[in-house]
Design a protein around this ligand. Structure first.
Ligand SMILES: Cc1ncc(COP(=O)(O)O)c(C=O)c1O
Length: 413
């Protein structure tokens, strides 16, 4: 029997929906950063009030601090079905990608090529483009101007024996369709090319199967997946072993800390197990089988999320498609197998900024801009200053909120 996501149960987990000051905002800027559940906040509070000391010492608060941090590492590894020494937790995906580009630079020789897209957020472009200063050739896999999609035939035409790395998003934070990373990785590996995936706009909506896709590197931002302001970068163990140590000289054997100078933020790392607790709570509320892994539990939850998000999208998209003055970017289908519940558009003869500002006055949280995917907007011929209106939903958004948004848009666009 198919189940529905218990939206009331879910929303009750988020203090923001109980607080009179914040509960009435219809929040649709989730791709910019999501709300955080009690379980994360409570762990953060506990760390700050009880164990805010240097961890891994021999006194009780220090031992507990280290244990809490290790617990998060173990839980996140289980959730993603990866090893605990196959990822770092850094401050942001932008920083993690930058560090990665420095740590694998020695794999490249003068004249070697890296392919970046113009559909991605700049985080998975800029760090790689900077290597052009060191005689690495950067090639652009450009989106189709009409469909806004990346086409595999175009990628094939760019690959040659000099190509060493392909950097591509799993989902664009503007276009929102799901790029077929498995197909891209299979193609790349046939040519001995490594793939760096950006999962930032994907992971609030599903758990990517990093091992099944056989990704070499994959990054996403935990603050956009219901956690604190941190980001995770995964790398295959055998590849991490070949990265350069960016950390102190005496830590050169401490892979993957070698990729993370300064190490993670302690209190935020400690509260990450609150995120896996949140997923487990949702699982336990909807399902009873305990004999499966945390990763499988996560996948089960995201199946419920999938149907809920699809319903929200169906409602919003059917409204937007009915408006002649709206220019939607990307696919016009609401099907979650095709796209994530993020919708970007422009409105004829109306500035995106004015719509976002008016929405704010009406208790609706949306934004305009290029969202740092400025090459994507330029590729689509859209003014990067005013940019697009972006509406991005996650599983805690309700149909009532979508109705409120539609009522606003009916009058204001
Ligand atoms: C698709 C995508 N990639 C990368 C980033 C950069 O993430 P961070 O803010 O963690 O550097 C963003 C941020 O909006 C994003 O949407």
């Amino acid at each position: 029997m198919s189940k529905d996501l218990d939206i009331e149960y879910v929303r009750n987990k988020f203090p923001v929906f109980r607080n009179p000051k914040t509960k009435d905002l219809a929040f649709f800027e989730n791709a910019g950063g999501t709300y955080v559940p009690d379980s994360v906040i409570n762990k953060l509070n506990k760390f700050m009030t009880e164990t805010k000391v240097q961890p891994y010492g021999d006194f009780s608060s220090s031992i507990e601090a280290g244990d809490e941090m290790d617990n998060s590492i173990n839980k996140i590894a289980d959730l993603l079905n990866i090893e605990k020494d196959e990822f770092i937790i850094g401050p942001s995906t932008t920083m993690n990608m930058f560090l990665l580009s420095r740590a694998i630079k020695h794999w490249l020789n003068k004249g070697d090529e890296i392919i970046v897209t113009n559909q991605d957020h700049e985080a998975n472009i800029g760090a790689w483009r900077k290597l052009a200063d060191e005689d690495i050739i950067i090639k652009e896999w450009s989106l189709n101007k009409d469909s806004a999609e990346l086409e595999i035939e175009e990628l094939k035409s760019l690959i040659n024996e000099k190509t060493k790395i392909i950097c591509v998003c799993h989902t664009s934070n503007i276009v929102a369709s799901i790029n077929n990373l498995k197909e891209i990785v299979d193609l790349a590996h046939k040519h001995d090319i490594k793939v760096v995936g950006d999962g930032v706009a994907y992971m609030a909506h599903d758990l990517a199967d990093l091992k099944e896709i056989d990704l070499d590197f994959y990054g996403f931002s935990l603050y956009k997946t219901f956690g604190p302001h941190l980001a995770l970068l995964y790398g295959k163990k055998e590849l991490l072993e070949e990265t350069k140590n960016l950390n102190h000289e005496f830590l050169s054997k401490e892979i993957p800390l070698t990729l993370n100078p300064g190490g993670p933020n302690h209190e935020e790392l400690a509260c990450l197990s609150g995120l896996t607790d949140y997923y487990e709570d949702i699982y336990n509320h909807h399902f009873s089988n305990q004999k499966i892994s945390l990763h499988e539990k996560g996948k089960a939850i995201f199946k419920l999320v999938y149907s809920h998000e699809e319903k929200l999208m169906e409602k919003l998209l059917s409204f937007l498609k009915s408006k002649n003055n709206v220019k939607l970017i990307g696919k016009s289908t609401h099907l979650r197998s095709e796209r994530m519940p993020t919708v970007s558009f422009t409105v004829n003869n109306k500035s995106s900024l004015s719509i976002a500002q008016e929405a704010g006055k009406n208790g609706i949280g949306i934004r305009n801009g290029d969202f740092y995917a400025w090459r994507c907007l330029k590729g689509l011929g859209i003014d990067t200053n005013d940019g697009v209106i972006r509406i991005s939903m996650v599983h805690y958004n309700s149909i009532e909120e979508v109705n409120k948004l539609i009522s606003f848009l009916e009058i204001n666009i």
